[in-house]
Write a protein that binds this ligand. Structure first.
Ligand SMILES: C[S@@+](CC[C@H](N)C(=O)[O-])C[C@H]1O[C@@H](n2cnc3c(N)ncnc32)[C@H](O)[C@@H]1O
Length: 227
């Protein structure tokens, strides 16, 4: 199957991305510590890392005692993640959040997507929020940019040609108002700022089920491929 421009981009930069694995681990540990009073992961057993990339967040979550599954459509990112996470019981799947995932409704305590949302188009984000709400029992965490910009991020995001500039303006309101087949994706959204350019958008999932998936999405088969 032809790869999307996002897959091409992340497959291309995967080796460089992987060089920042330890730096990213430190950043994730720091951010999770900052957000702990709002998001205490010790309350949960299982977590899905959507767009896990080279696996830095997966490794931190695993260290926190969680049963971790990481998904990503970019084979190059997953290849590095498999190397970095070798020896740990972390499940990695090649899968796209825009297609129905091979997980039952409400089968995972928490799902988290770190720096994935801003790279998707608004309609794609809506699909992602819906699918994360469907599989998650307790909380959906979107960890992504807030409105505190730096010149470097502005340049990189302009080059990436994602939806960064719109996302940072409307992230919270689009999560609050996200509708899928006239059902709300989330019943509540809380924004927790960290000291940097990212925030935790903590979303309470509603009772989304597989049958709520729009007919077009349901018709398209999952491209998820288990290891
Ligand atoms: C900026 S990277 C972030 C990687 C990692 N979460 C992190 O914080 O380092 C974005 C990741 O999202 C993945 N991604 C892009 N579109 C996706 C989709 N439709 N479904 C799942 N993952 C996606 C990319 O392949 C890439 O690995």
């Amino acid at each position: 199957m032809a790869q999307s421009s996002s897959e091409w981009l992340f497959n291309t930069i995967a080796p460089v991305y992987g060089l920042f694995f330890n730096y990213q681990r430190r950043q994730f540990k720091r951010s999770l510590a900052q957000g702990k009073s709002h998001l205490d992961l010790s309350n949960f057993k299982s977590i899905l890392d959507v767009g896990c990339g080279t696996g830095a967040l997966c490794s931190v979550l695993h260290e926190n005692g969680l049963s971790v599954t990481g998904i990503d459509p970019a084979a190059g990112m997953l290849k590095i993640a498999r190397k970095k996470l070798a020896g740990h019981t972390i499940s990695l799947l090649q899968a796209n959040i825009l297609e129905p995932l091979p997980f039952a409704d409400k089968s995972i305590d928490v799902s988290i997507a770190s720096f994935v949302a801003h790279g998707l188009k608004p309609e794609e984000r809506r699909k992602m929020y819906h699918e994360m709400s469907r599989v998650s029992r307790s909380i959906v965490v979107i960890y992504d940019y807030n409105q505190r910009r730096s010149p470097l991020t502005t340049l990189l995001e302009w080059l990436e040609r994602g939806d960064y500039f719109r996302f940072i303006q409307q992230a919270e309101s689009e999560m609050v108002h996200c509708l899928s087949d006239l059902k709300q994706c989330f019943s509540a959204v809380e924004v927790v700022h960290t000291t940097g350019q990212a925030s935790f958008y903590l979303c309470t999932p509603t009772e989304q089920t597989r049958s709520d998936v729009s007919s077009s999405a349901a018709a398209s088969s999952s491209s998820a491929t288990a290891d």
